[in-house]
Design a protein around this ligand. Structure first.
Ligand code: ADP
Ligand code: MG
Length: 694
């Protein structure tokens, strides 16, 4: 495999555009891509035609507007290029209009009532800032999705809006530092994607995995991740073959798949690409997830992207490495070495700290889902409390700035931002403080709360918008200043003083931190039902509206969609659980108990033994199985009651407070019985069998 040759082979990227388009057309399209202007229809026609010819050469017969509705996955409707001719034949045709706009029937996508049924049509609009590509005989055109009244119905449009806000405000700041060369600022993301691989045969035998993506039952296996022998361990041949295949597929799609390794849990792995602009990173991560699943099936395996496929075993996250970059390649979170660079860095750094503090709740709820509720706050992933890790060096700098002394206390004079040089901030490679939800790692922040199955869009909309809103405040203040360096110094010191309480460098998993965080007044939203309604808090709506990211109506409807999504997910899990308990586990245990009774009788007949073991086992299994039965009955009743709720928040709360605890009890009975019932009788593959199936 010659990687440079296959890399991006299926992507209509800048290089291909330059090759296939007339010079003027390319220039005009490039201007649109760079955010300069709208695409005119003449240009669109030429681009569409070139794109079609290129795609047909790659074997494409169809095209699709590829978009990201609120379902969390991507949507596509394929149309062929064929167009009939007078002589009864067809030609391959694709117009600028078809490239720029599509009209999928939108009535079945969640919109939270934004799109009343009489205006069921939504339209998709080409996003030229993310490249088109060919996959499985189809030309994919990345698109945003709107209603006819202009409300956004998807995850891409608000992300693009948040990136624009960040661009506008960050540029204002850069100009104040005398930077006249940067034309654009965009946020960058590199997402580390965790996943599980299991054999197809065990997957097929687990209804829960098939219906819900996670196991609803399963006793702890004798060996889990205790020995930590899987983490960074040698990759098995079969998994290696899979990863090789996956890399090749991703490279063809122009995705910079870079790192792959085993993760902590058995059967768990990770893939990380090289970071890129957030819009592209988001589209590409959708492709990564989809390709992971597809390639797994080719290898007779299943890829699980659920946040918590196995209880008691580490779940999967998606670390969102985030920074800001100029079009000239300057990373705005790189400390630099000169006093001026240091000053600029400290300003952007302080802006992120303030943004995280002021919008803790938004960050928390941007990663809230039924699946991620199993991770956050459990003892393996970041807690549900948002805080920032900055490391010793920066902690020292902050302290010195607050006290008005030189760092390390060596100098007698006052440290002045923009005048003095800061100490070098080491890139954090050794102690990464893996417990922190939001960690500064030398030249970027790593947001670790994102769930493995999430679209990158939600969390990055929040980070971009929140940071943009703070930068706006900063720019407003600094633009008025007569002495820039003095104003800068004061602003950074003020900001860090005020938001210091969000910084925590210790162990985020400890109970002491929970207490300490409560004392500090940090927000602690325990689950989705509790977190999500805060989306529509006045301060959040005000910020999102002022940054032009969401309208009030969009926030309100999105809150509802997300809560409904949560409720539906748990209801499906509860229904699957009820079915498995009643139709599989209960009968299996009964059968085994019967066999024990038979063996007891046989012993009696033979006149051997006192049957003590059978008696004990029969009694305990019969009791637990009866409890399983009655708890399941209770669950069924709760599922009926759940249906009567019309308010999304109240419904979610009922599910979180009433249904989930009963599900936990049912599981406990089943898992206990699993350890006692003969493996011949147990209806499902065990954790051990699943986790060590590959
Ligand atoms: P780790 O040691 O955690 O693997 P890396 O430096 O390799 O740390 O980074 C992990 C991820 O962070 C990769 O996807 C990488 O491309 C991404 N990353 C690095 N720099 C940036 C940046 N400036 N902006 C966004 N993501 C970045
Ligand atoms: Mg990392």
């Amino acid at each position: 495999m010659r990687v440079p040759e296959i890399f991006g082979a299926n992507v209509f990227n800048l290089q291909v555009m330059q090759e296939k388009l007339p010079k003027e057309i390319y220039k005009s399209l490039k201007k649109t891509i760079d955010g300069g202007s709208a695409l005119d229809s003449g240009v669109a026609n030429v681009v569409a035609n070139a794109m079609k010819d290129w795609a047909v050469e790659k074997g494409a017969t169809h095209y699709t507007h590829w978009f990201q509705p609120m379902t969390g996955i991507t949507a596509e409707k394929h149309d062929s290029f064929i167009s009939p001719t007078k002589d009864g034949k067809v030609i391959m045709d694709f117009s600028g209009k078809e490239l720029i706009m599509g009209e999928p029937d939108a009535s079945s996508f969640p919109s939270g009532g934004v799109r009343a049924t009489f205006e069921a049509r939504g339209y998709t609009a080409w996003d030229p800032t993310s490249f088109a590509f060919v996959k499985d005989g189809t030309l994919y055109i990345p698109c945003a999705f709107f209603s006819y009244s202009g409300e956004v119905l998807d995850k891409k449009a608000p992300l693009l809006k948040s990136m624009r806000a960040l661009n506008d405000e960050a540029l204002r700041i850069l100009r104040l530092f005398g930077n006249t060369t940067a034309k654009r600022v965009y946020s960058t993301v590199g997402a580390e994607q965790e996943y599980f691989l299991i054999d197809e045969s065990v997957y097929q035998k687990r209804k829960d995995l098939k219906y819900t993506g996670r196991t609803l039952f399963g006793a702890k296996p004798p060996k889990g991740q205790e020995l930590e022998d899987h983490y960074f361990g040698a990759i098995k041949t079969r998994v290696g073959e899979y990863m090789k295949d996956l890399d090749a597929e991703l490279w063809k799609l122009g995705i910079l798949a870079k790192t792959k390794h085993n993760e902590v849990a058995p059967a768990q792995h990770e893939l990380a690409p090289i970071f890129t602009n957030t819009n592209i990173a988001t589209d590409q991560n959708q492709l990564v997830m989809e390709t992971m699943k597809r390639v797994a099936q080719r290898h007779h395996m299943r890829c699980l992207l659920h946040e918590k496929p196995f209880d008691g075993i580490n779940g999967s996250g998606k670390h969102n490495n985030w920074s800001m970059s100029t079009d000239t390649g300057l990373n705005l979170l790189d400390p630099g070495t000169t006093p001026a660079e240091n000053g600029q860095f400290m300003l952007f750094f302080a802006a992120v700290i303030k943004a995280v503090d002021e919008y803790q709740d938004l960050l928390r709820l941007s990663v809230a889902s039924a699946g991620n509720d199993h991770r956050l706050g459990a003892n393996e992933a970041p807690p549900a409390i948002v805080s920032v890790f900055v490391g010793e060096e920066l902690e020292g700098v902050i302290e010195a700035l607050e006290k008005g002394v030189k760092y390390n206390g060596k100098g007698k004079s006052v440290m002045k931002l923009g005048v003095d040089t800061l100490p070098e901030i080491p890139k954090d490679t050794t102690d990464r403080n893996r417990t922190s939800p939001f960690a500064f790692t030398g030249n970027k922040f790593e947001f670790r709360m994102v769930g493995s199955s999430f679209s990158l869009s939600g969390p990055n909309i929040v980070i971009n918008a929140a940071v943009a809103s703070v930068l706006k405040e900063f720019a407003d203040r600094l633009e008025k200043a007569s002495d820039f360096n003095a104003a800068l110094h004061e602003l950074v010191v003020d900001t860090l003083k005020k938001h210091r309480h969000i910084i925590f460098n210790g162990n985020n998993y400890s109970d002491e931190w929970k207490e300490e965080a409560a004392k500090r007044g940090l927000s602690d939203l325990k689950d989705t039902a509790e977190a999500m309604p805060h989306f529509a808090d006045e301060k959040n709506i005000a910020m999102l509206e002022s940054m032009n990211v969401f309208s009030r109506r969009e926030v309100v409807t999105r809150t509802e969609i997300m809560l409904e999504n949560y409720s539906k997910t748990i209801v499906i899990e509860a229904l699957a659980m009820s079915e498995m308990a009643k139709r599989d586990i209960y009968p299996a245990v009964n059968k085994y108990v019967l066999s024990l009774c038979a063996s007891l009788e046989a012993e009696k007949a033979a006149g051997v033994g006192d049957g003590a073991a059978e008696k004990e086992l029969i009694a305990s299994l019969a009791a637990d199985n009866a409890s399983l039965y009655f708890k399941t009955k209770e669950l069924d009743e709760l599922l009926v009651a759940e249906k009567s709720y019309t308010d999304a928040a109240a419904q979610a709360k009922f599910i979180a407070d009433k249904i989930i605890p009963v599900m936990r009890e049912i599981r406990a009975y089943a898992d206990e019985m699993e350890t006692k019932v003969s493996s011949e009788y147990w209806p499902f593959p065990t954790y051990g069998e699943i986790l060590f199936s590959v």
